[in-house]
Design a protein around this ligand. Structure first.
Ligand SMILES: Cc1cc2nc3c(=O)[nH]c(=O)nc-3n(C[C@H](O)[C@H](O)[C@H](O)COP(=O)(O)OP(=O)(O)OC[C@H]3O[C@@H](n4cnc5c(N)ncnc54)[C@H](O)[C@@H]3O)c2cc1C
Length: 384
């Protein structure tokens, strides 16, 4: 199949995926692998340059979890798909997505935080999950740079990390090999439907006809208009996250270091990522003095010696957030052929493999997987 960067004339395709972030790219790959012949990803700008590029790459559902709910189970299942995903992408593309399985060290600095990690340790141990309790001495034996003010720590050996920018590169290459069509610098403006069924999308460069559309456009989902009857409202809003990138050569830490206020993520090339902020400021992507100040103060609390390290980069991204903090994944109940895959908020990198699996099952197998029930898009109209 030809792979044009933009449509010069109208295109017909089996599935349109709106948005070329980690969610759209992983869905496209999975659909193509499951035999859907003609998949088109439409991306407003360049592929993989928004939230998915800004992320820290943590695959850490256990570190912050206080119970085993539907979301926790979904997140753990997705995390556990990563080793196979990394292996497959290496075979398909030759790109190593740098899945690092050293684990995550969660640090407590005050008595109430110590109580919190104690409770987390208890329930996760009782649930048969892998977690170890460490004293300051244990933790410093693992990571000598952490602060002496640490009261205690949990080690989560299965909470791992991935180099999300390499993941995006690998997903793009894998899709190209599978013949997925990319229409970049092309904005989807309108979703067309007739008699309750998707018929296509109107883009800034022409019409694309299709019977299946996946909304994977992250924080921007609500900008896509429809003809009457209007779509149910899925209230996705952007939540800005800023990041600061330091350079630590030789590396300062092997584990991801996590506190209730921030984290430090070591990358193989000597970068050390410090994150993040959670800001409701609309579609504003600036990096601010206040943001950098807050990230660095939380990073310094974790490892005071980072004062010696140079700052080599800063950036920000817009997380797609639904009011109940949960992802929005599944078929529309208003329009046949329309599927949502958004609202992944702080966990889109983590949730990409399971989202893609379940969406592919929904489209290629024409079923609604049970696992998706708690994340269905119609939960907002039900509440209203
Ligand atoms: C600072 C920060 C740190 C994070 N850390 C982590 C982490 O450690 N672990 C984790 O799991 N998650 C993390 N996240 C969250 C994660 O990045 C997101 O949940 C995930 O990237 C969402 O992926 P997406 O594909 O839905 O969105 P995006 O990557 O934003 O992609 C959406 C795409 O849709 C395109 N688009 C929008 N509208 C249109 C349109 N009308 N037509 C065509 N294209 C359109 C956009 O241009 C964009 O490329 C972090 C996020 C931030 C900001």
């Amino acid at each position: 199949m030809p792979n044009p960067a933009s449509p010069s004339s109208n295109v017909t395709t089996d599935v349109v995926i709106i948005g070329g972030g980690v969610i759209g790219l992983e869905i496209a790959r999975t659909l193509a692998q499951r035999g859907v012949k003609d998949v088109t990803v439409i991306e407003r700008g360049r592929l993989g340059q928004e939230a998915s590029y800004a992320a820290a790459g943590l695959l850490a559902p256990q570190a912050e979890a206080d119970r085993a709910d539907d979301f926790f189970r979904l997140a753990c299942r997705s995390r556990d798909l990563y080793p196979d995903l990394a292996k497959s992408l290496l075979e398909e593309t030759g790109i190593d997505i740098e899945l690092d399985r050293t684990g995550t060290l969660y640090l407590a600095f005050a008595d109430d935080e110590l109580d919190e990690i104690e409770r987390r340790y208890e329930w996760q141990t009782n649930a048969g999950l892998s977690v170890e309790k460490l004293t300051l001495a244990d933790a410093r034996a693992l990571e000598p740079w952490i602060s002496e003010a640490v009261h205690g720590a949990l080690l989560f050996p299965q909470d791992i990390q991935v180099e999300n920018r390499r993941l995006l590169k690998a997903l793009i290459a894998a899709n190209e090999r599978l013949g997925v069509r990319f229409l970049t610098d092309t904005t989807v403006e309108f979703l067309n439907h007739e008699h309750g069924r998707v018929t296509g999308v109107a883009t800034s460069r022409g019409l694309v006809s299709t019977r299946n559309v996946v909304l994977a456009c992250g924080a921007w989902c609500n900008f896509i208009k429809t003809s009457e009857p209007q779509l149910q409202s899925v209230p996705i809003e952007p939540v800005r996250g800023q990041m600061v990138c330091l350079r630590a050569e030789p590396p300062l830490t092997r584990h991801v270091l996590y506190s209730p206020r921030g984290y430090l993520v070591p990358r193989r090339d000597g970068r050390l990522l410090a994150g993040s902020t959670t800001e409701h400021v609309g579609f504003e992507k600036q990096v601010t003095t206040a943001g950098v100040h807050s990230i660095l103060s939380h990073a310094l609390e974790i490892a005071p010696r980072i004062t010696e390290l140079p700052i080599v980069d800063t950036w920000s991204g817009l997380r797609p957030h639904a009011p109940d903090d949960l992802p929005v994944i599944g078929r529309s109940h208003d329009i046949e052929g329309l599927v949502y895959a958004t609202g992944h908020y702080r966990n889109g990198i983590l949730l990409a493999p399971i989202t893609a699996d379940l969406i592919a099952e929904a489209i290629a197998g024409n079923v609604q997987p049970d696992l998706l029930a708690p994340f269905a898009p119609d939960r907002f109209s039900l509440v209203a």
